[in-house]
Design a binder for this molecule. Structure first.
Ligand code: UD1
Ligand code: UDP
Length: 370
């Protein structure tokens, strides 16, 4: 039976692992490791509870630090666990420092390294996540790509072996959460907003939170919105708003609230007239839920959402944000570039094929996906 060590650490990785972990535990054994990169209740525990993610077997307790020290501490604490647990593979998600730490430990110990959400590129090397993605994809033996574009990105860097199209696990997650959030979430009532009558905004990218003029331009652009702006604020954004003297301006014009749990947040995206964000996951979720998105960055990894007109790159630029919020544009088409909502099942099946080929039949191509 295959034995897989999965590494998570930050909010979006909990959402992704929720899709894969339970299926993985039906097919084999999983050792789930939480690095501790996100440790606040609302960035971590709430996701495990709501999404019924198995309790991690280990929490490395690493917490916040410089990138080098944070990644190094994760590596140092993960390595002995991998040695003791002796998995067949290490399973990584996305592009955080936790992902990179897992890639280094797994590849140095000559385990099968599998990467979910492989092949994404912003082509912006000043972005910490871009470095994490490139290094992880190149260390990985199995690259699970969410789109055809991701496969092309990998091919352009010479990565063609072990590359599989799976679709995007966040699409699987949204398909489960959409109806549930409509039934269970009362967040719109709590905030006293009506569907289609508010804007939802999030900011946490380093290029926006660590640059006063970018953050000020975003606050000013959002303050020009023709509707109330709900702003669930990441802790680093709260710190920066305070440090740069932007807190009063932000709270005067925006409804700044704590980070939300997944179901309430999905309900907020679903009900929003449009979304403004620099998050990778939120851009996609807006697209899946049919909510138009303004991306507060100069580029995106999720280019398909821009190509079809659901997403507009406005950057941290006040007048472009303002225009994007005021203009009533119509998306050009409704494509499905990120799969059919079975990415989790495909990933587990591919792991079985690779790690226990004799026990696994039939092959994915001929297997029923029901
Ligand atoms: C990290 C990821 C980013 C991902 C994001 C998801 C990296 C390099 N960045 O960014 O790719 O999009 O998670 O949200 O891996 N903090 C708290 N409480 C917490 C965690 C963090 O207050 O539970 C504060 C600390 O001041 C910390 C800062 O947030 O210094 C940044 O945290 P960190 O994990 O380094 O990066 P994120 O911005 O969360
Ligand atoms: N999210 C959430 N509550 C929030 C903000 C985000 O549940 O207040 C979820 C969101 O639905 C998505 C994930 O967190 O599934 C995205 O995480 P984030 O924006 O922090 O990171 P990124 O996707 O940019 O790496």
């Amino acid at each position: 039976m295959m034995r897989v060590c999965s590494i998570v650490g930050a909010r979006p990785q909990f959402v992704k692992a929720a899709v894969v972990s339970r299926k993985l535990r039906e097919a084999g054994e999983e050792v789930l490791v939480h690095t501790g990169q996100h440790y606040d209740e609302e960035l971590s525990d709430v996701f495990f509870e709501e999404l019924d993610i198995p309790e991690p077997e280990y929490n490395l307790g690493v917490e916040s630090d410089t990138h080098g020290r944070q990644t190094a501490t994760m590596i140092a604490r993960l390595e002995p666990i991998v040695e003791t647990e002796d998995p067949d593979a290490i399973l990584l998600y996305g592009d955080t420092n936790s992902t990179l730490a897992g890639a280094i430990v797994g590849s140095k110990r000559d385990l099968v390294v599998a990467h979910v959400e492989a092949g994404l590129r912003s082509d912006n090397r000043s972005m910490p996540e871009e470095i994490n993605r490139i290094l992880t994809d190149h260390a990985a033996d199995l690259c699970f790509a969410p789109s055809e574009g991701a496969i092309a990105n990998l091919a352009a860097e010479g990565v063609t072996d072990g590359v599989y199209w799976t679709g995007d696990v966040m699409y699987d997650a949204i398909l489960e959460a959409r109806e549930r959030s409509r039934r269970e979430s009362t967040i719109l009532e709590e905030l006293e907003v009506d569907p289609d009558e508010y804007i939802l905004a999030t900011v946490h990218r380093a290029s926006n939170t660590d640059d006063r003029s970018n953050l000020a331009a975003i606050v000013d652009g959002l303050a020009d919105a023709p509707r109330p702006v709900i702003f669930p604020a990441h802790p680093r954004t709260v710190s920066s708003l305070r440090e740069y003297g932007l807190w009063d301006r932000a709270t005067e014009h925006l409804e700044v609230i704590d980070p939300q749990g997944y179901l309430d947040f999905v309900r907020l995206i679903d009900g929003a007239e449009r979304v403004a964000t620099d998050s990778g996951g939120v851009q996609k979720e807006a697209f899946f839920l049919g909510t138009r998105c303004l991306t507060l960055r100069a580029e995106t990894e999720w280019v398909e959402t821009v190509d079809c007109g659901w997403n507009r790159l406005v950057g941290p630029n006040r007048s472009r944000i303002r225009e994007g919020l005021l203009e009533d544009w119509k998306p050009a088409s409704d494509p499905h570039p990120y799969g059919d909502g079975t990415a989790g099942r495909r990933i587990v099946r591919l792991l079985e094929e690779q790690l226990q080929p004799d026990e696994t039949a039939p092959a994915l191509e001929t297997a029923s996906l029901d």
